[in-house]
Design a protein around this ligand. Structure first.
Ligand SMILES: Cc1cc2nc3c(=O)[nH]c(=O)nc-3n(C[C@H](O)[C@H](O)[C@H](O)COP(=O)(O)OP(=O)(O)OC[C@H]3O[C@@H](n4cnc5c(N)ncnc54)[C@H](O)[C@@H]3O)c2cc1C
Length: 428
C-alpha cells in the first residue's frame, strides 16, 4: 500500500521514541518554541522507565562531576558537554519542577522520595501535553521514502510524515517487549550510518554450576565479597559488593558493575575469570588460625561457619571449587576463601540486560548529535554508542543527550528558512 502523506509541515519536529531521551528531546524543543509530534511503536510511552521504577528509579548520582563523568569510561569525552549542560543537579531540579522530590541514598544514588516512576512519568506527560506536544502511539518507524518522508506502520496502514527535522530516541536492544528492540540498526546502516553492534551491558553471566548447587542456591545473595578481575588492558579492577546466584550463573549489582570488562574478555578469550574474596573482613592470618583449630564433632559446614563466618551459599561456592579431600586442609581452604575463582562462560542474552553497549558511533554525529550524513536527523539516549554502570548514570545520559538533540533539532528547524535563502542566493 502507498503511504499517505500526512501533515506536510516543514516547521514540525518529529521525535521517534517515547523513552526518557525522546521525552526530554520533546520538552527541550517545544520549550524552544518548535511544534513537536512524538511517535512510538508501543501503545504507550515510557515503558522501560516504568520498569526501572520497580527498582526504585535511580535517577542520577550525587558524586562530584569529575568522578561522575569517569563512569562513562571510553565515551566520557563525547558525552561530557551534554552531561555538563544537564548534570545530576539539573536532573534533581527537573524532577522537583515536576513535583517529584528526590533524596540521596547512602551510596550517593539519587531516587524519587516515592521510589517509583509512575508519578514522575504522569506529571511529565501532563506537562508535555500542556506545552502542545502531540503523541502518536502504535506508530512504528520504518525509515524514509525517496522524498525524505518518515515512514510509519500504523494500525490503519502505512503513513508518511513530513517534518523539518527528526530526533531518533529509539533505545537499545534489551527488553524488546517494552519497545526498544534495536530494529532501527539495519535502517540506519542502510543509510551508511556507523552503527556499532548492540551488546549486553549491566548483564548477568552463565557459569557451569553443578545441578545440585544451582538447585539449592538459585536466588541466593552472596554478600559481602570483594571481586578481582583483570581488564583487557591488564589492569586489576577490585570491587566490593554483592551478587546473586542464578540457575544458570550470576547476576546482581557487583556483576553489573564489572560486566563491561567481563563481557569484553569473553568476546576475546571465550571465557572470563573473576576471583572473589568471600571473607573480605577477615585477614589470612585470622582465618588460618581459626581454621587450624580442631573441629571436633562439628560438621565441616558448621566449622566453616564458625571459624570463617561463611554462610551456606559461600560454603556451597567453596564446595563447587575445592576438591573434597582439600576441604580438610586449612591452608588450601584459606587460599580458596580469599581467592575463589569463578569462570564465566557467556554473557546472558542482550534482551535480558539492563542496558546495551554499542549503537550510533559519536564519530557519525556533530556536537548537537545530528548525523553528519543525514542532515536534520538527530540521535539521543541509549541508541548512542556509550555504556555505563547502574547508579543513575544511564538515565542521566539519556536525559542529557535527549536535551541536546531536542535543542539541536529546534535550532535546525528555526534556521531552515535561512538555509533555503542562502541556498537560493548561492544559485543552488
Ligand atoms: C530492569 C531495568 C531497570 C533499570 N533501572 C534503571 C535505573 O534505576 N536507573 C537508570 O539510570 N537506568 C535504569 N535502567 C536503564 C534505563 O531505563 C534506560 O537506559 C533508558 O530507559 C533508555 O532510555 P531511551 O529513551 O534511550 O530508550 P527507551 O527507554 O528504551 O525508549 C525507547 C523508545 O523507543 C520506542 N521505539 C523503539 N523502536 C521504535 C520504532 N521503530 N518506532 C517507534 N518507536 C520505537 C520504544 O517503544 C521506546 O518507547 C533500567 C533498565 C532496566 C531494563
Amino acid at each position: 500500500m502507498k503511504p499517505l502523506i500526512d501533515n506536510p509541515a516543514r516547521d514540525t519536529l518529529a521525535i521517534i521514541g517515547g523513552g526518557p531521551a525522546g521525552l526530554m528531546a520533546a520538552e527541550a524543543a517545544v520549550t524552544a518554541g518548535v511544534s513537536v509530534d512524538l511517535f512510538d511503536s508501543m501503545p504507550s510511552v515510557g515503558r522501560k522507565l516504568l520498569l526501572a521504577g520497580k527498582g526504585g528509579l535511580n535517577l542520577t548520582h550525587a558524586e562530584p562531576f569529575p568522578r561522575f563523568i569517569c563512569r562513562y569510561s571510553e565515551r566520557q569525552k563525547p558525552l561530557e558537554s551534554h552531561l555538563r549542560n544537564f548534570d545530576a543537579e539539573s536532573v534533581r531540579q527537573w524532577a522537583a519542577d515536576l513535583g517529584i522530590d528526590t533524596f540521596v541514598g547512602s551510596s550517593q544514588r539519587v531516587f524519587p522520595l516515592e521510589m517509583k516512576a509512575a508519578p514522575l512519568l504522569r506529571a511529565w506527560l501532563k506537562r508535555l501535553r500542556s506545552l502542545g506536544v502531540r503523541f502518536h502511539v502504535r506508530h512504528r518507524w520504518q525509515g524514509w521514502n525517496g522524498a525524505g518522508d518518515l515512514l510509519f506502520d500504523t494500525p490503519s496502514g502505512p503513513l508518511g510524515k513530513r517534518a523539518g527535522a527528526a530526533v531518533l530516541a529509539l533505545g537499545g536492544g534489551s527488553w524488546a517487549r517494552l519497545g526498544s528492540d534495536g530494529t532501527w540498526c539495519p535502517i540506519l546502516k542502510a543509510h551508511e550510518v556507523d552503527v556499532r553492534p548492540l551488546r549486553p551491558a549491566n548483564c548477568g553471566f552463565d557459569v557451569t554450576w553443578t545441578a545440585r548447587f544451582a538447585e539449592r542456591f538459585a536466588g541466593a545473595p552472596v554478600k559481602p565479597v570483594v571481586a578481582l578481575i583483570q581488564d583487557l588492558h591488564g589492569q586489576t579492577v577490585m570491587q566490593r559488593g554483592e551478587f546473586v546466584i542464578t540457575g544458570s550463573g550470576v547476576e546482581g549489582s557487583l556483576i553489573y558493575a564489572l560486566s563491561a570488562p567481563l563481557r569484553d574478555s569473553i568476546d576475546l578469550h571465550g571465557h572470563a575469570d573473576f576471583h572473589i574474596d568471600i571473607a573480605p573482613d577477615r585477614s589470612v592470618e585470622r582465618l588460618l588460625q581459626n581454621l587450624q583449630k580442631p573441629r571436633g564433632h562439628l560438621s565441616l559446614s558448621n566449622h566453616l561457619r564458625r571459624a570463617a563466618g561463611l554462610d551456606a551459599v559461600k560454603i556451597g561456592l567453596l564446595r563447587e571449587h575445592v576438591a573434597k579431600d582439600e576441604l580438610e586442609n586449612p591452608e588450601r581452604l584459606v587460599s580458596a576463601i580469599k581467592n575463589l575463582p569463578i569462570r564465566l562462560r557467556a554473557a546472558r542474552p542482550l534482551d535480558e540486560a539492563i542496558s546495551s553497549a554499542g549503537g550510533v558511533a559519536f564519530e557519525a554525529l556533530n556536537e548537537q548529535l545530528m548525523i553528519r550524513d543525514l542532515p536534520g536527523v538527530f540521535c539521543s539516549g541509549e541508541m548512542l554508542d556509550w555504556e555505563a554502570p547502574t547508579g543513575g548514570y544511564l538515565l542521566t545520559a539519556c536525559l542529557a543527550t535527549g536535551r541536546t538533540a531536542g535543542l539541536g533539532a529546534a535550532d535546525w528547524i528555526k534556521h531552515s528558512h535561512t538555509r533555503v535563502c542562502d541556498a537560493r542566493l548561492a544559485g543552488l
